[in-house]
Design a protein around this ligand. Structure first.
Ligand SMILES: NC(=O)c1ccc[n+]([C@@H]2O[C@H](COP(=O)([O-])OP(=O)(O)OC[C@H]3O[C@@H](n4cnc5c(N)ncnc54)[C@H](O)[C@@H]3O)[C@@H](O)[C@H]2O)c1
Length: 263
């Protein structure tokens, strides 16, 4: 038996994502929008799922016909499962955050965070897998976080949901492997999205320091690289995990945290 054989990665005619259907949740803004545009640029038909119909309309207009809007509140779990039917690529990205000590954390918000960020991804994976198995190919990318790997105080629901998502992603990797389906997480530190920009402005006012100092001394206190990650950098990692050179990468979590978890 030869020790070396041709691999998909070495094939010069390795295809892009033409003909693939990608479902991206939380697509109306930030990281989800960047992922939608990047996957569309690689040739995928993108189904952009979000509850923000206005943001979706803006994305669709910007994408000039390569992205289709699918307005949906992911807390409707049956509808979430249906939204993923026919997906070759699933990017579980939608997320919400509340920063509050555990003793003050409203239980109904904890439940909502877990529903949107863990139960909905489970239902979307559940909706996507039968078709992926039928076609013998699938890519699941879960947008986790540095908080899928380590904790910070006051983020109980978010940290619990992201740790759960890392686990779900690994199980999908093990079950999907015989069917040509990979499942991975991308785990960024702070990304320059409207959400984080607002946090910087608020913290600058609260601490009476400049926005630059909020970024380097507060948000990035534990990161070695003192800048925010751009949404397009996260989208590039997602596209790589869906591309022809990554079929051996599964069950992994790709940290993009400027060295935060290297401590
Ligand atoms: N921004 C960061 O610093 C950062 C860092 C690490 C991980 N992440 C993760 O990246 C993902 C995207 O974050 P972002 O910063 O782009 O946030 P964002 O707020 O800009 O985008 C999140 C999107 O999710 C949508 N959404 C929220 N709840 C929904 C629901 N119930 N149904 C449908 N859509 C819903 C929102 O409408 C929004 O468009 C999240 O999972 C977040 O946890 C973000």
């Amino acid at each position: 038996m030869p020790l070396m054989s041709a691999s998909p990665a070495s094939s010069p005619e390795a295809p892009g994502l033409t003909g693939r259907t990608a479902v991206v949740t939380g697509a109306a803004g930030g990281i989800g929008r960047a992922c939608s545009l990047r996957l569309a640029a690689a040739g995928a038909r993108v189904r952009a799922v979000d509850m923000d119909a206005e943001g979706l309309a803006d994305l669709v207009a910007f994408a000039e016909g390569t992205v289709e809007a699918y307005a949906l509140d992911l807390t409707d779990l049956d509808a979430a499962e249906r939204a993923a039917e026919g997906a070759d690529i699933l990017v579980n990205n939608a997320g919400i955050q509340l920063v509050r000590p555990i003793e003050d954390f409203p239980p109904e918000v904890f439940s909502r965070v877990l529903t949107v960020m863990l139960e909905a991804p489970f239902r979307l994976v559940r909706g996507a897998l039968p078709g992926m198995y039928e076609r013998g190919w699938g890519r699941i990318v879960n947008i986790s976080s540095v908080h899928g790997l380590i904790a910070s105080p006051y983020k109980s629901a978010y940290v619990a949901a992201k740790h759960g998502l890392e686990g779900l992603s690994k199980v999908a990797a093990l079950e999907g492997a015989p069917h040509g389906v990979t499942s991975n997480c991308v785990s960024p530190g702070y990304v320059r999205t409207p959400l984080v920009e607002r946090q910087i402005t608020d913290q600058a006012a609260a601490h009476g320091i400049s926005p630059e100092r909020v970024v380097s001394e507060v948000l990035l206190a534990d990161a070695a690289v003192k800048r925010l990650v751009e949404p397009e950098e996260v989208a590039e990692a997602v596209a790589y995990l869906c591309g022809p050179h990554s079929s051996f990468i599964t069950g992994a979590s790709l940290s993009m945290d400027g060295g935060w978890t290297a401590h």
